[in-house]
Design a binder for this molecule. Structure first.
Ligand code: SRM
Ligand code: SF4
Length: 592
């Protein structure tokens, strides 16, 4: 009998059992909950500590700082503690206006480590900002129409949507819906604290609501949706139990990795491109911890189809349900995916009835999912083009950074970040194409070099030296790892592309558990090997080896790859792995 069979389908107000997890987890959770509650809607002790001369914040202020879009980090290459801040923006659908991009480019040079990093949730991070520079950097971002509010912390994160600026096939509707959801889930009281801290309370920089959101907020909602906190009606004063992630896309375009989102929406439109409704998926998530079986990566469950005028109400309802029922005793068990796992989608559906009075209809049929990367030159609309530029591990540095700045400045091109850590330069007039391509040629981005079979799909998280949770290298090792995969493919005559994702720990920031080959840092120089994800990001991969020495990559994978080309020519590697049990895959690997 599964855990789901034993749980009644009632929707009480008690959170799910969190007793599975360690004392430590529970203590930490209680501490973070208390800090949020005592923070005066995410103001203190951050505000006070910003005024002191210390090089770093206390642990308590660090927890609140996250909600403002920043993590305190140390450079792990140094023996001494070398404090600095990472800053993460929020940019729904990955859109970065010209003025903001130029400001970020300059801030990275003047205050940061001279690079920008495109993230797997479609925004930019700056690394290496000293505490004393934080106010200037954050204030400059806000004054240039950017925001970092709620980019990190226990709250709704950056809303994802296909980055491509296509004007048809539902793309504009998906982008608009992502904007609406981002506006709907913007914290209200925390926005006051945010503006006070970073731009002296200048309300001109308030994140504006959209007309649709204002309309929805005026409509009567079930009382359970309201948190009971008048200043922070959606979240309440303890905000979410844990991070919450939403992604929106169109049928067939799985660039946003929809099954990994807490809440995923697929838009359907009419012949005029207007939204008619969305398919809804709930309870995806990647984070796990090695050797803690109670933590796991999970793909989202289909919930059903919701009509246009009910979509935002449904989004609010799911957030409110997770706010009230997500586990606040143990952070390791606090994501929506654990509610789904423990209680099942039928329980969720029943519970949702308290929060949502609309109709959840049967799922609509979608076309097959593909990981769209939009690299190279593509038509945006009748007389406009965009060009997708591959950015290895999302790191914008050196000649690429200089060229991007020049192109954005000269042609005033909006930039968009893709979930594959690449950037699109948008709104290019036909007569500008030649000069732009000439400049790209000069940094090695000839059209043929923009789409490489392995690199154009690969992802790696930052890991060392900035990430405090990294066990192994990831970003710094990845170019070499990809080159080795390419050499292996070539030596075996393999034509098919390969989707490889790498991380420095099991938290899953580059969504490795959806890849055809996932390398997940497990010990210095060693990686857990996950196989069986598919090119369209439709299936969870399986762990096949716990400690693959990176040095032995070719020796271990060559026999399996040879078997793939011999027996399943034309099939993707992921599909080939799906046809085999984990035991069979292990037997086909070379000796470790
Ligand atoms: Fe992540 C924590 C980087 C996307 C799951 N993630 C971190 C931190 C902040 C480390 C920390 O807590 O101290 C990393 C900062 C590293 C650095 O030096 O910059 C970090 N995560 C990233 C980014 C930059 C990786 C990248 O290669 O781009 C991504 C920023 C996204 C953004 O713009 O918002 C990033 N992180 C993700 C994703 C993918 C996604 O959202 O689509 C996931 C898996 C999906 C999910 O949430 O389930 C992800 N990050 C985590 C987790 C595990 C969460 C969990 O439920 O267990 C942690 C650890 C935590 O929260 O405790 C984490
Ligand atoms: Fe850090 Fe782990 Fe995320 Fe990589 S996967 S950025 S090592 S938390």
């Amino acid at each position: 009998m599964s855990a789901v069979d034993t749980v009644p389908l009632t929707c009480d107000n008690a959170p799910t059992a969190g007793g599975l997890l360690s004392e430590n987890g529970a203590n930490k959770m209680a501490r973070v909950e208390a800090l949020k509650l005592a923070s005066d809607h995410l103001r203190e002790p951050l505000a006070s500590e910003l005024e002191n001369e210390e090089s770093h914040f206390s642990n308590s202020a660090v927890q609140i700082l996250k909600f403002h879009g920043s993590y305190q980090q140390t450079n792990r290459d140094q023996r001494h503690r070398d404090w600095s801040m990472m800053l993460r923006l929020r940019s729904p659908g990955g859109r970065v206006p010209v003025r903001l991009y130029l400001a970020l480019d300059e801030l990275a040079d003047r205050y940061g480590n001279g690079t920008l990093r495109a993230t797997t949730r479609q925004t930019f991070q700056l690394h290496g900002i000293p505490k004393q520079g934080l106010r200037t950097v954050l204030g400059t971002i806000v004054r240039n129409l950017g925001s970092t509010l709620a980019a990190c912390g226990d709250i709704n994160r950056n809303v994802m949507a296909p980055a491509a600026p296509y004007a048809t096939a539902g793309y504009p509707a998906a982008r608009r819906l992502a904007d609406d959801i981002a506006a709907l889930l913007t914290p209200q009281a925390a926005m006051g604290a945010y503006l006070d801290l970073w731009v002296d309370g200048d309300m001109r920089y308030r994140l504006r609501s959209t007309p649709k959101v204002r309309k929805v907020n005026r409509q009567p909602t079930p009382s359970a949706v309201h948190s009971g906190d008048e200043q922070e009606p959606i979240y309440g004063s303890r905000y979410m139990p844990r991070k919450f992630k939403v992604g929106v896309t169109v049928p067939g375009d799985n660039s946003i990795d929809i099954l990994t989102q807490d809440l995923g929406l697929v838009v359907f439109t009419d012949t005029m491109g207007r939204l008619v409704g969305t398919n809804v998926y709930v309870g995806g998530g990647m984070g796990r911890t090695h050797n803690k079986e109670e933590t796991f990566a999970r793909t989202a469950d289909p919930l059903g189809y919701v009509q246009r005028h009910q979509v935002l109400a449904l989004v609010k309802a799911v957030v409110a349900l997770q706010r009230d029922h997500g586990d606040r005793q143990s952070r390791r068990h606090a994501r929506l995916k654990y509610l789904l796992h423990d209680r099942g989608v039928d329980w969720l559906r029943a519970c949702l009835a308290n929060y949502f009075h609309g109709n959840i209809l049967p799922l609509r049929k979608e076309s097959a999912r593909r990981l769209e990367h939009y690299l190279g030159w593509q038509r945006q609309e009748e007389d406009l083009w965009f060009v997708g530029l591959p950015v290895m591990t999302g790191r914008v540095a050196g000649p690429l950074k200089t060229t991007l700045r020049e192109l954005v400045q000269r042609y005033q091109l909006e930039l968009r970040v893709t979930p594959n850590q690449d950037v699109l330069l948008c709104g290019i007039a036909p007569h500008q194409k030649r000069d732009i391509q000439d400049r790209l040629d000069a940094i090695g981005l000839q059209p043929s070099a923009m789409v490489e079979p392995t690199a154009s799909h690969g992802l790696a998280c930052p890991a060392l030296p900035t990430c405090g949770l990294a066990i192994t290298e990831s970003e710094r090792a990845f170019p070499d790892v990809l080159a080795r995969f390419d050499a292996l493919r070539q030596s075996l005559g393999i034509q098919q592309p390969l989707l490889v994702r790498m991380t420095g720990c099991p938290n899953g920031c580059s969504r490795p558990y959806m890849a055809e080959v996932g390398l997940v840092g497990s010990a210095a120089g060693h990686y857990q090997l996950w196989l069986g994800g598919t090119p369209g990001l439709t299936t969870l991969a399986r762990p096949v080896l716990d400690r693959l020495p990176l040095a032995d990559l070719e020796a271990v994978l060559r026999p399996l790859f040879s078997h793939w080309v011999r027996t399943a020519a034309g099939k993707s590697f992921g599909a080939f792995c799906q046809d085999h049990t984990t035991e069979q895959l292990r037997e086909l690997l070379g000796a470790v």
